[in-house]
Structure formats: C-alpha cells, structure tokens
Design a protein around this ligand. Structure first.
Ligand code: ARG
Length: 465
C-alpha cells in the first residue's frame, strides 16, 4: 500500500511519523476482534440513538449513522468488507468505513465515548450471545442424558471405586451423576451471565464524559440489566471473562471425566458400550481399529480451556487502573474458550443419545469382582451379627470364591453356611445383582425406581433459556 492509500489514523493528530509497519501488525487486533462486528455495530447504533435523544446529535444525523452502519453490516455479512490492519481493530475499521460512506456525520459517532468503553461493551455483548448458545447446547446434552438414563434405568453395571469393582449400580444412575455435574455447570453459567450483562458504555476513556449522556437508556437499548457503577472499573474489568473461563474449565473437567469413561467403556477390555461409527475414526495402519476420537479430543481440549483461564488470570493480575493495552490480549483466550466449549458440548449432545449399552457385558462384569459382598455383610448385620464381624465373614467367603472361581451368588447354601450358620435360603435375594440395586431404594440411590423418579425430577428443573 502506498503512502496515499494508507488510511489516516483516527488518533494521528499528535504524531509526526507513520507507525512502523511491524508495530502496526504487532498492535493490531482486527484479525481476531472482527468477529464482534455485530456487537460493535449494535453498540454504536445504541450510542447514536442516545446521543440524539439527549440532543448531542440531530435526528437526521442519527438516521444517517444508523443507515450507514446497517449497510456496513451487510457488506461484512456478505464478506465484501475490506478489513485494514492500519485501522488496528474492529472499532476503527467500522468507524472509518462509516465516515467514508456518510462523510462528516460519521466523525460525530465517537462523541462522548472511547474505544475503552466501546470494547468493554462489545465483549460483554458477544459473551452474552455466546452464553445463550452454550446454555442451549448444555440443556440439549442434559436432555440426552435424561433420555438415556430413563431407557437404562434397569441396566446393571459394576460401580467402581479406585476403578475396582465396588457395588452394582444401574447405568441410568451413572448417567444421572453426569447430569448433576452439568446441572451445577448450568447454575454457574447463569450466575456468570448476570455479571456479564451490565453496560459499561458511557464510562468513556476512564472518567466518564462531559456530555449529558443517558447510560440507563443505552443499557436498555442493548438489553443490559443496568449500567455499571464506576467508570474506572467499567473499562478495566474483565472479571466476567475470567468467570466464563472458570465455568468453562469446570465444565470441561466434567466432560473430560465422562470422556475418560467413554474411552474405557468402548475398549475391548470393558466393552460396555458402542459408539456409532459416525463419532469414531479408524487407523491408517491397523484395519481393525475404531477409535473413540470424539471423547478423546474433548478430554484433550480440557487442557487448552484450563490454559485460557490461567492466561486471563495472569493477564489481569498486575494491571493498574484503568484500561491498558494488555487488555487486548483478553480476546483470543476468551474466544477460544467460548468456541471450544460450544463445540465440545455440541459433540457430546449429538453423541450421548446415540450410545448403545452392551447390557450383557455390563451385567457379566458386575458379576465378576464380588460386587454384592457388601450386601452379604448387610444381610448378616440384619441377622444380628456386628458389622465388623460380618465384614470378616464375608472377606473369608470372598477368598473362597477367588480360590474356587465362584461369585457369591454362585455358591451353594451349604458352602455359604460354612462361613456363618446365620445364613439361610433368603440370602440369594440379596446376592443377586437385581436385589442389590433394588435395595438402595432412597433419594439419590441406584434402585431403578429411584432412577426413574430422579429423571422425572430432573426433567422438571430443565428451564429453556
Ligand atoms: N483493540 C483494543 C482492545 O481490544 C480496543 C481498545 C483500544 N483502546 C486504546 N486506548 N488503545 O482492547
């Protein structure tokens, strides 16, 4: 670009030489902040509308500005807008295009505002829009979990502690545990949204402005709950972005844990579930392979989302009030976290309802590993034996089972009675897997009827955003 073509910097008045070409690229944010163009245009329209209301702009000027901005929106939508690095960021690109389009009136748009409150407004609007999309995906995933939980309320699988067979549980119960994690995530997201949805517009550079602006009006026009309270805080605060990333990290931790289980369960060693081919990929060398790439990638992406949270915390930790250029570095981590979380939720929401449970394998696995040993101990307690003694008795019968390769439910009454004469025919009701899960019949327990009741309660809590 020749000297004549170089767009004039909106702040160029006090400068006597052009910006170094590398510095121009180094300081520009347009490559990544242009994705906020809708929010930037909406913020500018609200600002111009307010300026006309308070008499700083004429109605005609406001009209020209709005029409100009709308036609710029169309050209960006159509991919016809020429973004310029010389114009640094989305804000100055759009403002310069407006002036080019409508002339001197375009130069009045920035009255009573600064890029500092403008960018803070744009990011909040952007995050709010994305939160609403993410909330929908989160709920879609939760609905999927509930439908599979309902379907699998009677399906028995081993429950684990230390990844060792512990007690039988129902697959539906396991899926409801995931649902609960997401329920907390949803609460955190909605809580974050409240603090996102405050309008910093009008804080101007840092101290407010001398024009008779109406901040409550712009807040209302943009759908914010209210204007922020302090101008210095308004332009420098990025807590809302950190909060979003904190939500995102915890959510990703949950998705990662679920992914880990899906990966284990699809392995030949567990073989508990089948993922449809469309969520898996093959190997270029081993023809037999079907790899659970989607859960693996979700597990992997957790690391980068955690990284974005740490980036933002570190970005903010030493900044004096008010705005500093450092803040431009908020966008890439934030956008990456938003994109990653949205995509991972989408993948999960598509995949979960498509899982098939290999019920027989789950059942057989629950039979191995003496998963009803606790049930036998509880049975002996009901017959009047102290728990510590019954624990000892059952321990010995398990040792016998290991030696003879028999589950407790496969031993004869005589074999069992060798360990305690308190054992009688009714023991087999508690030694079966069905008896074991059915006996955990209280709120939060794994009994199939409790799982079904929990699904009904959970459905009632799912509010559409
Ligand atoms: N591109 C800048 C950012 O992302 C906009 C605000 C610039 N303000 C300033 N005083 N240089 O933060």
């Amino acid at each position: 670009m020749s000297q004549e073509d170089t767009p004039i910097k909106p702040w160029g008045g006090r400068f006597s030489e052009a910006t170094d070409a590398f510095v121009e690229r180094f300081t520009a944010s347009v490559s990544f902040d242009q994705r906020m163009y809708h929010q930037d245009i909406n913020g500018s329209i609200a600002h111009a509308t307010m300026l006309a209301k308070v008499g700083v702009l004429t109605t005609d000027e406001k009209q020209q500005i709005i029409e100009g901005l709308e036609s710029i929106r169309k050209s960006i939508d159509a991919g016809e807008f020429a973004w310029s690095v010389q114009l640094e960021d989305v804000h100055m690109n759009i403002e310069a295009a407006l002036t080019e389009k409508i002339g001197i009136t375009g130069k009045k748009l920035h009255t009573g505002r600064s890029r500092n409150d403008q960018v803070a407004t744009d990011i909040r609007l952007y995050v709010r829009d994305e939160i609403d999309v993410i909330a929908k995906e989160l709920i879609r995933l939760q609905e999927g979990l509930l439908s599979v939980a309902q379907r699998e309320a009677d399906t028995i699988m081993p429950g684990f502690t230390h990844l060792q067979t512990a007690q039988p549980v129902t697959f539906g119960h396991h899926l409801l545990a995931w649902f609960e994690m997401l329920q907390r995530d949803y609460g955190r997201l909605m809580d974050c949204r409240k603090r996102v949805n405050q309008s910093p517009l009008g804080a101007a550079a840092l101290a407010g402005t001398t024009y008779p602006i109406d901040r409550a009006y712009t807040a209302e026009l943009l759908g914010f709950d209210q204007p922020t309270a302090n101008s210095l805080d308004s332009v420098s605060d990025r807590d809302f972005a950190i909060e979003f990333c904190a939500f995102a990290s915890i959510l990703m931790t949950h998705l990662s844990r679920a992914s880990e289980e899906l990966v284990l369960w699809t392995s030949a060693q567990f073989d508990f579930i089948d993922l449809p081919d469309r969520f898996c990929t093959g190997s270029s060398i081993m023809p037999q392979k079907k790899n659970p790439d989607v859960p693996e990638l979700v597990r992997g992406k957790t690391g980068r989302v955690n990284g974005q949270l740490i980036s933002l915390l570190t970005l903010m930790k030493s900044q004096p009030l008010a705005y500093n250029k450092d803040n431009q570095e908020d966008k890439e981590p934030l956008f990456d976290a938003l994109d990653t979380v949205r995509d991972c939720l989408r993948a999960f929401a598509d995949m979960i309802p498509a899982i098939t449970a290999k019920k027989e394998n789950m059942y057989e696995a629950a039979k191995r590993g003496f998963s009803t040993a606790t049930d036998l101990a509880d049975y002996l307690v009901r017959k009047g034996i102290a728990f510590r003694d019954s624990h000892e008795i059952v321990g010995k019968s398990v040792a016998y089972g290991i030696e003879t390769n028999k589950d407790l439910s496969e031993m004869t009454l005589e074999e069992l009675q060798a360990f305690s004469t308190e054992i009688s025919e009714d023991v087999f009701e508690v030694l079966t897997l069905e008896g074991s899960v059915a006996a955990r019949d209280h709120i939060g327990g794994t009994a199939p009827n409790q799982v079904r009741a929990a699904v009904e309660r959970a459905k009632a809590t799912l509010i559409k955003p």
